[in-house]
Design a protein around this ligand. Structure first.
Ligand SMILES: NC(=O)c1ccc[n+]([C@@H]2O[C@H](COP(=O)([O-])OP(=O)(O)OC[C@H]3O[C@@H](n4cnc5c(N)ncnc54)[C@H](OP(=O)(O)O)[C@@H]3O)[C@@H](O)[C@H]2O)c1
Length: 230
Protein backbone atom coordinates (compact mmCIF):
# COMPACT_ATOMS: atom_id res chain seq x y z
CA UNK A 1 0.00 0.00 0.00
CA UNK A 2 1.49 3.32 -1.04
CA UNK A 3 -0.72 5.70 0.92
CA UNK A 4 -3.02 5.85 3.94
CA UNK A 5 -6.71 5.02 3.53
CA UNK A 6 -7.86 8.60 3.08
CA UNK A 7 -11.25 10.09 3.99
CA UNK A 8 -12.66 13.49 3.00
CA UNK A 9 -14.94 14.83 5.73
CA UNK A 10 -17.11 17.86 5.15
CA UNK A 11 -20.09 19.49 6.84
CA UNK A 12 -22.10 21.25 4.17
CA UNK A 13 -25.14 23.55 4.29
CA UNK A 14 -28.26 22.79 2.24
CA UNK A 15 -27.01 25.27 -0.35
CA UNK A 16 -23.61 23.61 -0.67
CA UNK A 17 -21.35 25.89 1.42
CA UNK A 18 -18.74 25.00 4.01
CA UNK A 19 -18.15 28.55 5.29
CA UNK A 20 -19.02 32.13 4.49
CA UNK A 21 -15.96 34.14 3.38
CA UNK A 22 -14.49 35.35 6.71
CA UNK A 23 -11.65 37.26 8.29
CA UNK A 24 -9.33 35.41 10.71
CA UNK A 25 -11.04 35.03 14.09
CA UNK A 26 -14.60 35.39 12.70
CA UNK A 27 -16.52 32.25 13.65
CA UNK A 28 -17.64 29.79 10.97
CA UNK A 29 -21.37 29.23 11.63
CA UNK A 30 -21.07 25.75 10.05
CA UNK A 31 -19.73 24.32 13.29
CA UNK A 32 -20.69 24.49 16.97
CA UNK A 33 -22.71 27.74 16.58
CA UNK A 34 -25.32 26.04 14.35
CA UNK A 35 -24.70 22.29 14.21
CA UNK A 36 -26.58 20.11 16.72
CA UNK A 37 -24.16 18.98 19.51
CA UNK A 38 -24.88 15.29 18.76
CA UNK A 39 -23.87 15.83 15.14
CA UNK A 40 -20.74 17.74 16.21
CA UNK A 41 -19.95 14.74 18.40
CA UNK A 42 -20.31 12.43 15.38
CA UNK A 43 -18.00 14.74 13.40
CA UNK A 44 -15.42 14.74 16.19
CA UNK A 45 -15.65 11.00 16.72
CA UNK A 46 -14.28 10.50 13.19
CA UNK A 47 -10.99 11.92 14.48
CA UNK A 48 -10.77 9.11 17.02
CA UNK A 49 -10.83 6.53 14.19
CA UNK A 50 -7.78 7.75 12.28
CA UNK A 51 -4.03 8.05 12.81
CA UNK A 52 -3.91 11.65 11.54
CA UNK A 53 -6.11 14.62 10.61
CA UNK A 54 -4.97 16.90 7.75
CA UNK A 55 -5.98 20.48 6.84
CA UNK A 56 -4.76 23.34 4.66
CA UNK A 57 -3.07 26.44 6.01
CA UNK A 58 -6.22 28.60 5.64
CA UNK A 59 -8.07 26.41 8.15
CA UNK A 60 -5.36 27.21 10.69
CA UNK A 61 -5.21 30.93 9.81
CA UNK A 62 -9.01 31.34 9.98
CA UNK A 63 -10.04 28.94 12.72
CA UNK A 64 -6.84 28.34 14.72
CA UNK A 65 -8.09 24.75 15.17
CA UNK A 66 -6.33 22.39 17.59
CA UNK A 67 -7.59 19.36 15.60
CA UNK A 68 -7.89 17.27 18.78
CA UNK A 69 -10.73 15.10 20.09
CA UNK A 70 -13.49 17.15 21.67
CA UNK A 71 -15.68 14.96 23.80
CA UNK A 72 -14.73 11.81 21.90
CA UNK A 73 -12.93 9.01 23.75
CA UNK A 74 -9.47 7.92 22.62
CA UNK A 75 -6.03 9.16 21.72
CA UNK A 76 -5.58 12.41 19.79
CA UNK A 77 -4.57 11.71 16.18
CA UNK A 78 -1.43 13.30 14.75
CA UNK A 79 -2.05 16.60 12.94
CA UNK A 80 -0.85 17.41 9.44
CA UNK A 81 -0.91 20.97 8.05
CA UNK A 82 -0.25 21.73 4.37
CA UNK A 83 1.88 24.88 4.46
CA UNK A 84 3.99 25.04 1.29
CA UNK A 85 5.94 28.16 2.26
CA UNK A 86 6.01 27.54 6.04
CA UNK A 87 3.83 30.58 6.79
CA UNK A 88 2.01 29.18 9.82
CA UNK A 89 2.19 31.49 12.86
CA UNK A 90 4.37 30.04 15.62
CA UNK A 91 1.49 30.78 18.02
CA UNK A 92 -0.93 28.45 16.16
CA UNK A 93 -2.77 26.16 18.60
CA UNK A 94 -2.11 23.19 16.32
CA UNK A 95 1.53 23.41 17.50
CA UNK A 96 0.56 22.75 21.12
CA UNK A 97 1.65 19.55 22.87
CA UNK A 98 -1.73 17.76 22.87
CA UNK A 99 -0.61 15.67 19.88
CA UNK A 100 2.26 15.48 17.42
CA UNK A 101 2.15 17.86 14.45
CA UNK A 102 3.58 17.41 10.98
CA UNK A 103 3.98 20.52 8.84
CA UNK A 104 4.23 19.66 5.15
CA UNK A 105 6.28 22.29 3.32
CA UNK A 106 7.83 22.51 -0.13
CA UNK A 107 11.53 22.74 -0.95
CA UNK A 108 10.94 26.49 -1.54
CA UNK A 109 9.93 27.22 2.07
CA UNK A 110 12.34 29.77 3.63
CA UNK A 111 14.82 27.81 5.81
CA UNK A 112 14.49 30.23 8.77
CA UNK A 113 10.70 29.65 8.84
CA UNK A 114 11.13 25.88 8.62
CA UNK A 115 13.69 26.02 11.42
CA UNK A 116 11.35 28.11 13.60
CA UNK A 117 8.45 25.64 13.13
CA UNK A 118 10.78 22.76 13.88
CA UNK A 119 11.99 24.53 17.04
CA UNK A 120 8.31 24.77 18.11
CA UNK A 121 8.21 20.96 17.98
CA UNK A 122 6.73 20.37 14.52
CA UNK A 123 7.94 17.46 12.42
CA UNK A 124 8.76 18.86 8.99
CA UNK A 125 8.08 16.91 5.80
CA UNK A 126 9.39 18.39 2.54
CA UNK A 127 7.36 17.51 -0.53
CA UNK A 128 7.50 19.19 -3.95
CA UNK A 129 8.15 22.82 -4.84
CA UNK A 130 6.23 26.12 -4.69
CA UNK A 131 3.21 27.10 -2.60
CA UNK A 132 1.40 23.77 -2.91
CA UNK A 133 2.98 20.62 -1.53
CA UNK A 134 3.13 17.51 -3.71
CA UNK A 135 0.24 15.48 -2.25
CA UNK A 136 0.87 11.99 -3.69
CA UNK A 137 4.44 12.18 -2.46
CA UNK A 138 3.34 13.49 0.94
CA UNK A 139 0.79 10.68 1.38
CA UNK A 140 3.50 8.14 0.59
CA UNK A 141 5.78 9.77 3.18
CA UNK A 142 2.99 9.79 5.80
CA UNK A 143 2.40 6.10 5.25
CA UNK A 144 6.02 4.97 5.08
CA UNK A 145 7.81 7.30 7.51
CA UNK A 146 5.04 8.10 10.01
CA UNK A 147 3.06 4.82 9.82
CA UNK A 148 -0.19 6.68 9.18
CA UNK A 149 -2.64 4.07 7.90
CA UNK A 150 -5.86 6.09 8.11
CA UNK A 151 -6.00 9.81 7.32
CA UNK A 152 -8.96 12.18 7.72
CA UNK A 153 -8.86 15.33 5.59
CA UNK A 154 -11.11 18.04 6.98
CA UNK A 155 -10.50 20.76 4.42
CA UNK A 156 -10.82 23.27 3.28
CA UNK A 157 -12.11 23.54 -0.24
CA UNK A 158 -8.71 24.22 -1.80
CA UNK A 159 -7.15 21.11 -0.29
CA UNK A 160 -10.14 18.97 -1.30
CA UNK A 161 -9.76 20.25 -4.90
CA UNK A 162 -6.10 19.18 -4.98
CA UNK A 163 -6.85 15.78 -3.41
CA UNK A 164 -9.79 15.02 -5.72
CA UNK A 165 -7.81 16.01 -8.81
CA UNK A 166 -5.33 13.22 -8.00
CA UNK A 167 -8.04 10.70 -6.97
CA UNK A 168 -6.54 10.38 -3.50
CA UNK A 169 -9.79 9.94 -1.54
CA UNK A 170 -10.89 6.39 -0.71
CA UNK A 171 -14.07 7.71 0.89
CA UNK A 172 -16.10 10.91 1.05
CA UNK A 173 -18.16 11.57 4.18
CA UNK A 174 -20.68 14.39 3.91
CA UNK A 175 -22.76 15.79 6.74
CA UNK A 176 -25.70 17.59 5.15
CA UNK A 177 -26.86 20.33 7.51
CA UNK A 178 -30.37 21.83 7.58
CA UNK A 179 -29.50 25.49 7.11
CA UNK A 180 -28.74 27.92 4.29
CA UNK A 181 -25.57 30.05 4.29
CA UNK A 182 -25.86 31.74 0.87
CA UNK A 183 -23.43 34.23 -0.61
CA UNK A 184 -21.66 34.07 -3.95
CA UNK A 185 -18.28 34.38 -2.23
CA UNK A 186 -18.91 31.64 0.34
CA UNK A 187 -16.57 28.65 0.32
CA UNK A 188 -17.76 25.38 -1.19
CA UNK A 189 -16.41 21.87 -0.46
CA UNK A 190 -14.32 22.01 -3.64
CA UNK A 191 -12.78 25.37 -4.63
CA UNK A 192 -10.68 26.71 -7.53
CA UNK A 193 -11.10 25.43 -11.09
CA UNK A 194 -14.08 23.23 -11.97
CA UNK A 195 -13.54 19.72 -13.28
CA UNK A 196 -14.50 19.24 -16.94
CA UNK A 197 -15.93 16.41 -19.01
CA UNK A 198 -12.91 16.63 -21.35
CA UNK A 199 -10.37 16.13 -18.56
CA UNK A 200 -12.52 13.88 -16.35
CA UNK A 201 -15.18 14.45 -13.71
CA UNK A 202 -14.56 12.56 -10.43
CA UNK A 203 -17.43 10.09 -10.05
CA UNK A 204 -18.61 8.27 -6.89
CA UNK A 205 -21.05 5.57 -5.83
CA UNK A 206 -23.31 5.87 -2.82
CA UNK A 207 -22.15 3.61 0.01
CA UNK A 208 -24.41 4.60 2.92
CA UNK A 209 -26.97 7.16 4.07
CA UNK A 210 -28.08 7.74 7.63
CA UNK A 211 -30.86 10.13 8.53
CA UNK A 212 -30.14 11.78 11.88
CA UNK A 213 -33.07 14.06 12.66
CA UNK A 214 -32.82 16.96 10.23
CA UNK A 215 -29.28 15.96 9.17
CA UNK A 216 -28.03 13.39 6.67
CA UNK A 217 -24.75 11.55 7.01
CA UNK A 218 -23.73 10.31 3.58
CA UNK A 219 -20.79 8.14 2.52
CA UNK A 220 -19.56 7.86 -1.07
CA UNK A 221 -16.69 5.81 -2.55
CA UNK A 222 -14.88 6.49 -5.84
CA UNK A 223 -15.89 4.50 -8.94
CA UNK A 224 -12.21 4.33 -9.89
CA UNK A 225 -10.36 3.09 -6.78
CA UNK A 226 -8.16 5.79 -5.25
CA UNK A 227 -4.40 5.45 -5.58
CA UNK A 228 -1.15 7.12 -6.48
CA UNK A 229 -0.51 7.23 -10.22
CA UNK A 230 3.25 7.10 -10.84
N1 LIG B 1 -17.64 22.87 6.96
C1 LIG B 1 -16.57 22.10 7.01
O1 LIG B 1 -16.65 20.86 7.07
C2 LIG B 1 -15.23 22.72 6.98
C3 LIG B 1 -14.12 21.92 7.31
C4 LIG B 1 -12.84 22.48 7.22
C5 LIG B 1 -12.70 23.80 6.82
N2 LIG B 1 -13.79 24.54 6.54
C6 LIG B 1 -13.61 25.94 6.11
O2 LIG B 1 -12.85 25.98 4.90
C7 LIG B 1 -12.21 27.25 4.83
C8 LIG B 1 -10.77 27.09 4.38
O3 LIG B 1 -10.77 26.58 3.06
P1 LIG B 1 -9.86 27.24 1.91
O4 LIG B 1 -10.25 26.61 0.61
O5 LIG B 1 -9.90 28.72 2.03
O6 LIG B 1 -8.36 26.82 2.29
P2 LIG B 1 -7.67 25.45 2.77
O7 LIG B 1 -8.04 24.36 1.82
O8 LIG B 1 -7.89 25.24 4.22
O9 LIG B 1 -6.12 25.81 2.63
C9 LIG B 1 -5.57 26.01 1.37
C10 LIG B 1 -4.10 26.40 1.54
O10 LIG B 1 -3.33 25.27 1.96
C11 LIG B 1 -2.03 25.38 1.41
N3 LIG B 1 -1.66 24.21 0.60
C12 LIG B 1 -0.41 23.66 0.58
N4 LIG B 1 -0.36 22.65 -0.27
C13 LIG B 1 -1.58 22.53 -0.84
C14 LIG B 1 -2.10 21.66 -1.84
N5 LIG B 1 -1.36 20.69 -2.42
N6 LIG B 1 -3.39 21.83 -2.24
C15 LIG B 1 -4.16 22.79 -1.66
N7 LIG B 1 -3.71 23.65 -0.71
C16 LIG B 1 -2.42 23.53 -0.30
C17 LIG B 1 -2.02 26.60 0.53
O11 LIG B 1 -1.52 27.69 1.32
P3 LIG B 1 -0.68 28.90 0.63
O12 LIG B 1 -1.42 29.22 -0.66
O13 LIG B 1 -0.70 29.99 1.62
O14 LIG B 1 0.67 28.32 0.41
C18 LIG B 1 -3.49 26.83 0.22
O15 LIG B 1 -3.81 28.17 -0.10
C19 LIG B 1 -12.32 27.86 6.22
O16 LIG B 1 -13.33 28.87 6.16
C20 LIG B 1 -12.79 26.72 7.09
O17 LIG B 1 -13.57 27.14 8.19
C21 LIG B 1 -15.04 24.03 6.61
Amino acid sequence: MQKPYTIMLVAVSLDGKISPRRRPGEVNPIGPPLIDPNIMQLHNSQRARVDAVMVGLNCILLDDSRLTLHGAQGKNPARVVLDGLAEMPLTAKVLNDEASTIVAVSADAPPHRVHALSARGANIVVSGRGKFVDLPRLLRQLRQEYKIHRLLVEGGGTVHRSMLARNLYDEIQLIMCPFIIGGSTSITPVERRPFSIDRGIPHYRLENVEVLGDYMYVVYKPRVPAGIVE
